[in-house]
Design a protein around this ligand. Structure first.
Ligand code: OSB
Ligand code: MG
Length: 375
């Protein structure tokens, strides 16, 4: 049984090692929402809210999440008895539209709490089967193709099993051509456009087929499926959807329409683990591979992604890079690391989320906090 008595919500600021440019904006430091959930049994766990500063990826931001968690999400959970974390989603969805990242922060915290209380590694609780996961890197839009090539070469030398290249109009063909020719025919490359194109660009995007990308991620609008289906009919390269998949029903629609062939699962985007598992299971049954996306999580959010990515149908390397790719210093110990073969160990030797939080450092980085308890 789980019964959350209190949630401490905070915002921390973590500077990125280097700014990250995508088609819809640039990020130089991360405002991160962290939660600590306290169970009536005395157990506690950390969780993360992945919403960012601006609504340029999804409509949610850390500020909307702050309000949503305080006013609507936490009150539904505080003091309520759940047999298991799996039961939380229905409670959070009833007559409550959207705010998936806010819901996910608390819902995933309940999964972390259940794992802690039952003394199970989180990966085991969600039904993970892998001891290690394959790791990819997401490279922001660079000043020049030559700079991209250098970054991609370094990434492959480090062992990364997939290199994702952010693209946008005017920053695409040249970059992809340079990467493919420098890295060779076999290099595992893909592109992510974060909604930067329209269907009018279909002929232009069809030119990317020659680069033999593993996939092109979310080229069209953030909430579109119908136009992606039209585009997919005109491309050989598989489309992968990120922004558009906000629930298992959207994954079903993707398959029904032929809008994509691969799904990027980010638990924050879909409202948490129960929905992520539903998408995973549906895609597995339908023969659609999935992989775990990233939102520049701290080591806390990363713990949840790693646990999820240990499930069987996570069949492509995820954007689950090690701590040092993002931060001078993470907020967890041990930090997340990758071996030279591009693999990350799933922490299966300890219960809960598998990393300890450096509470002193979190305190130091905290810019605001709120204690939420049953009123
Ligand atoms: O589209 O996958 C994306 C980061 C922020 C917002 C959107 C995206 C990304 C990434 C980064 O690609 C992946 C990572 O966390 O390494
Ligand atoms: Mg993406």
């Amino acid at each position: 049984m789980i019964c959350v008595e209190r949630i401490v919500l905070r915002e921390i600021r973590l500077p990125l090692k280097e700014p990250f440019r995508i088609s819809s904006g640039v990020l130089s430091h991360r405002r991160i929402g962290l939660l600590e959930l306290f169970d009536s049994s005395g157990a506690s766990v950390w969780a993360e809210c992945v919403a960012d500063d601006l609504p340029n990826y999804s409509p949610e931001t850390i500020d909307t999440c702050w309000i949503a968690i305080q006013q609507w999400v936490a009150p539904r959970v505080l003091g309520r008895r759940f047999d298991g974390a799996r039961d939380a989603q229905a409670v959070l969805e009833q007559d409550f539209r959207g705010h998936n990242m806010a819901k996910a922060a608390v819902e995933m915290g309940l999964w972390g709490l259940e794992a802690t209380i039952r003394a199970l590694p989180l990966a085991r609780l969600v039904g993970g089967v892998r001891e290690e996961i394959d790791v990819g890197i997401s490279l922001g839009i660079q000043q020049t193709p030559a700079l991209l090539v250098q970054k991609a070469q370094e990434a492959l030398a480090d062992g990364y099993r997939k290199v994702k290249i952010k693209i946008g109009p005017g920053k695409d063909v040249e970059y992809l051509a340079a990467a493919r020719s420098a890295l060779g025919a076999e290099a595992p490359l893909m592109a992510d456009a974060n909604n930067a194109y329209s269907l009018d660009d279909a002929d232009h995007l069809a030119r990317f087929d020659e680069f033999k990308l593993m996939m092109i991620e979310q080229p069209l609008a953030w909430d579109d499926l119908v136009r992606h289906a039209e585009l997919q009919r005109r491309l050989k390269t598989p489309l992968c959807l990120d922004e558009s998949i906000t629930s298992v029903d959207r994954a079903r629609d993707m398959v029904a329409l032929g809008a994509g062939q691969i799904v990027n699962i980010k638990p924050g985007r879909v409202g948490g683990f129960t929905q992520s598992i539903a998408i995973h299971d549906y895609c597995e049954a339908t023969g659609v591979p999935v992989w775990c996306g990233g939102m520049f999580e701290s080591g806390i959010g990363r713990a949840y992604n790693v646990a999820l990515a240990s499930m069987s149908n996570f069949r492509k390397p995820g954007d689950t890079s090690p701590s040092a790719r993002y931060w001078e210093q993470d907020v967890v110990a041990p930090e997340w690391t990758m071996n030279g073969g591009g693999r990350m160990k799933v922490p299966l030797d300890q219960p809960g989320i598998g990393v300890a939080v450096d509470v002193e450092r979190v305190e130091h980085l905290t810019v605001r906090s709120a204690v939420l308890s049953r009123t």
